[in-house]
Each structure stands twice: as C-alpha cells, then as structure tokens.
Write a protein that binds this ligand. Structure first.
Ligand code: SF4
Ligand code: SF4
Length: 88
C-alpha cells in the first residue's frame, strides 16, 4: 500500500517505517505546537522544527502523527542513512 505522506520515492508504509525518520522544513514552521501535542510519546517535535534538526530520537515510533497533523506541511519522512549518520 503506498504511503500517503511525502516520501520522495515510491515505497510501502512498512519500508518507510522501517527506515525513515521525520525531517522538518523549519522555514515553514509557525511554532504552533500541534506536532508536539499529538506525539504519542511526548517528543518535542516543535523544538526539532525550530532548530531544523532531523528527529533521530530513538524513541520515535515513526507513527506519522506529527507529519499528518502539521497544518503547514513542515514535516516529512525521509530515509535514514544509518552509515552516513554514524560516519559524522
Ligand atoms: S505542527 Fe508544524 S507548524 Fe506547528 S510547530 Fe509543529 S512543525 Fe511547526
Ligand atoms: S513520528 Fe510519531 S513518535 Fe515520531 S515524533 Fe512524530 S508523532 Fe512522535
């Protein structure tokens, strides 16, 4: 089943959840806090959006709630390149 969020290449929801993470486009964020309010495990997504940082918090469920709820389409899923991240 194709995923409805903005994954750049065609993929299944399962693949996205297995390898994706949430990425903000901070310039579009109005700091409304809806993302943080709707995160089921309490990650401060708004803070990540303000700082323009990828949500690499290991507690993130990649459930997509924050992506779906953001009224400004600030958040999207992207692939997590584990080797690149570790190589920093
Ligand atoms: S819901 Fe969207 S616009 Fe609102 S704080 Fe979160 S990322 Fe920013
Ligand atoms: S994907 Fe889900 S768990 Fe991860 S930050 Fe967004 S709402 Fe929270």
């Amino acid at each position: 089943m194709p995923i409805s969020t903005s994954i750049s290449s065609p993929t299944t929801r399962h693949e996205a959840l297995a390898s994706g993470h949430v990425v903000p486009e901070s310039a579009r964020c109005v700091q409304c806090g809806i993302c943080t309010f709707n995160c089921p495990i309490g990650i401060d997504v708004r803070r990540y959006a303000r700082l323009g940082e990828h949500i690499t918090n290991p507690r993130c469920l990649t459930c997509g709630e924050c992506v779906q709820r953001c009224p400004r389409c600030v958040l999207r899923f992207d692939r997590l390149n584990i080797f690149k991240e570790r190589g920093k």
